[in-house]
Design a protein around this ligand. Structure first.
Ligand code: MEV
Length: 453
């Protein structure tokens, strides 16, 4: 194996050269090149498309693409595509979808769809004067970006408002232009950032050529212009409800009432305990991220926003709420989701396009409803397992194939293992022992007899 050294000019190399160079860092370079190449697409045009999404690509990294069928959302049936590597997430979503399809389905509400961008600048001057001149600055900013916002305005979106935020009490001479946008069916990152960068130039011109500013006031130092991924006003709610008695009975004859009570406690704990809230919300994002990935959306932006929102009152809490009044089980998730169904990767990634087609080519609002619902479904499934049989039983069952693959089990071995572990506890050790016994029955028998003696 080659000693790791700084590589100069890596980006300038051809893909083949990059691959060969990187392969030298593996124990068996030739085998590694073949292994990495085996994940390239056989259709050169398709491969080129994937290469062009990013930089320095040498192969593809596969994730499974699964379907959680039979979600009823606002009376409409969806079979939802999910991209995720973690066993049991798709199964949990599917199970919850089925459970709630018998109980009226999921109900959603898009509360708001506003996105935010900021121009951060340092300016020394008379703040009152700047505030008075704000309407003039606003007109100039809107005029300057009209050519950029033209198409978006035609689609019903554009710039909604521009506010001056005085932050000089936190950082000397620091101000912001806080800009709200409606980006309709696009996530809007490029649109927002393009507008903001144009604002930067106009802002500088404004201080320079307005007759009301003199001396130092004519200088404005723009620090940066960028969208904010915190979009608390791009909010969606998904909820489920049914009479407590309609929840059914659970493992070991747990009654619906007991289940609802334990479920409520679990949610209350996630409301007050940050350690639990983080895991609780992680379970929600298992579903949301998987839909975001399948539809070519930016799951990092969505996660960052969701976690900030979870801490909006100064303490990180569960994103879900429960209400058990009047014999009803009411459970909901309220989450900011800035999603797009046009532009960006949604238009380029062939499978993202297929995902959107499978969902009936929804607009951004409909996708917000779907993604929030899958998040709620995954969370419901997790809490349901946690307060009944525990999470590991189901999770390890789903993980069985991964463990079998680690031991390079053959197809017949897998089939037998599936049968055997239907009623047995799955663990790494138990699977290893099962395979050993299958592969070396005589030795296993001898060992068993020796143990008995
Ligand atoms: C695992 O990916 C997610 C859970 O831990 C979520 C939860 O605990 O609520 C099961």
């Amino acid at each position: 194996m080659k000693e790791k050294k700084i590589i100069c000019g890596f980006s300038k190399l051809s893909k083949e050269q990059k691959l060969q160079l990187i392969a030298e860092h593996f124990e068996n370079p030739d085998e590694s090149v073949n292994e990495l190449k085996s994940f390239l697409h056989s259709d050169q045009n398709k491969q080129q498309l994937f290469d062009d999404f990013s930089e320095n690509t040498i192969t593809n990294f596969y994730f499974p693409y699964g379907i959680a069928p039979n979600f009823i959302i606002d009376g409409k049936v969806y079979h939802v595509p999910m991209v995720i590597e973690e066993s049991s997430v798709v199964a949990a979503a599917s199970k919850s979808a089925k459970f709630w399809s018998d109980r009226g389905g999921f109900h959603t509400e898009v509360i708001s769809t506003t996105k935010i961008g900021q121009v951060h600048f340092i300016w020394k001057g008379n703040t009152d004067k700047l505030k008075t001149l704000m309407p003039d600055l606003k007109d100039r900013l809107l005029d300057r970006t009209r050519y950029i916002t033209h198409n978006m305005r035609n689609r019903g979106g554009g710039i909604l408002d521009i506010e001056l935020i005085d932050k000089s009490n936190e950082i000397q001479d620091y101000f912001q232009l806080k800009v709200s946008f409606e980006t309709v069916d696009s996530m809007g990152a490029n649109f927002i950032n393009t507008c903001l960068e144009e604002f930067t130039s106009e802002l500088k011109d404004f201080f320079m050529d307005s007759p009301f500013f003199t001396g130092e006031e004519r200088n404005c130092e723009v620090i940066m212009a960028i969208l904010s991924n915190y979009t608390p006003d791009c909010l969606v709610k998904s909820s489920i409800e049914c009479p407590v008695s309609a929840l059914g009975t659970f493992d070991e004859n747990m009654t619906a009432e007991k289940f609802a009570w334990k479920f409520e406690k679990a949610v209350q704990i996630a409301k007050v305990d940050t350690n639990r809230a983080t895991t609780h919300n992680k379970g929600i994002f298992n579903g949301i991220d998987a839909v975001a990935l399948a539809t070519g959306n930016d799951f990092r932006a969505i996660e960052a926003c969701g976690h900030t929102y979870a801490a909006k009152d100064g303490k990180y809490r569960s994103l879900t709420d429960i209400n058990l009044e009047n014999g009803m089980f009411r459970y909901s998730l309220t989450v900011p989701l800035s999603l797009g169904t046009v532009g960006g990767l949604t238009a380029l990634h062939p499978i993202a396009k297929k995902s959107l087609e499978l969902l009936g080519n929804p607009g951004a609002e409909e996708l917000m409803r779907i993604a929030a619902t899958v998040g709620l479904a995954n969370n419901f499934g997790a809490i349901k397992s946690l307060v009944t049989k525990g999470i590991q039983k189901g999770h390890m069952k789903m993980h069985l194939l991964n463990i079998l693959n680690q031991f390079e089990a053959t197809d017949p071995e897998k089939e037998q293992a599936k049968l055997f572990f239907e009623d047995e506890k799955v663990s790494y050790n138990s699977v290893e022992t099962f395979l050993k016994n299958m592969r070396e029955p005589a030795i296993a028998k001898k060992a068993m007899l020796a143990n008995k003696e």
